[in-house]
Design a protein around this ligand. Sequence first.
Ligand code: F6P
Length: 367
Amino acid sequence: MAQGSIKIGVLTGGGDCPGLNAVIRAVVKTCLYSDSGRRISVVGIRDGFLGLIQGRAEPLTDRAVSGILPRGGTILGSSNRDNPFDFDGEIDGQPVRGDVGDRVLANVDEMGLDGLVVIGGDGTLSIAHRLSGMGVPVVGVPKTIDNDIAATDQTFGFDSALSIATEAVDRLHTTAESHHRVMVLEVMGRYAGWIALHAGVAGGGDVILIPEIPFSMGKVIEKIEDRCARGKTFSIVVVAEGAHETGRDPVFYRTVEKGFEKRRLGGISRVVGDAIEEATGLESRVTILGHVQRGGSPTAFDRILGTNLGVYAAKMILDGQAGTMAALQGTRIVGVPLEDAISHAKRVDPGCQLVEAARAVGTAFGD
Ligand code: F6P
């Protein structure tokens, strides 16, 4: 890394989540307040990798990051459609398709970047890893409400989404009780059941359906009927968007051409709600929580985790430890190789203590 004056870039890629601004702020402040004796400046790349492809960046000063800690979203903008190695968009007003990795390298050079902090989920971190292999000094920060990144115990954004999902379960409880209904709540999480499991336990769901434990509709119905037989007049089902019946595919509501995810998950709650109503005659209602889970202010936990990760990532990039990712392990932030983070997706272990605890208090998983 150059001595004297240094320029660091920051970008946020993939779906947004609460806590991104806490990380950006921490990176900027750590760089600007560094006592390394070097003159350090930070630029924010606009709209994820799209900005790196199109060469769009702006200075991130102390003033630019002032007051952003409690703000949801990302002040830099994000994109989950633009992969430099499979691009389909515009450059300098011209349509371009294909691998534009060289263009990214040229822009990194032109912007004079000595390091790049990439804040993102698995898709974004995989691109970061590839860029790292091409010589770009990259440090990653794991982000996603889904909590499905390996090599870190938790991602920031998860706790905020969880608190919203839990509140939703609480709210559904009171109306379910009043009307003697079955309420089915669908939460996000892609192919991991972290949000559903945790919100289901925190909110006291009667049935929790997660992708890691394929379910039988018959068993779900059995559980609802059993509650009725025991005099319970309502039930709550928390279902992860990626949950599926044994031997069946997850439910998708749309297929698209562009983006990291070509098939959009959603709709399993309707399948479950309809089946319950048909089989039991109990009135059922479905709520798909959707992007409410990703919006708004981060929890205190996510602000703290985001700050800790951002500070650590900035220090790693200034120390020349590229090709790494800041990760939470236990109560400490550590550096791990980027490839460890993208090696596999972190899923709920069906035999884990929390699943066991949920079963112990009578929660059914439909298996
Ligand atoms: O990865 C975060 C996430 O919110 C998933 O839980 C969800 O499946 C997906 O993103 C939704 O993506 P989009 O915002 O592109 O609809």
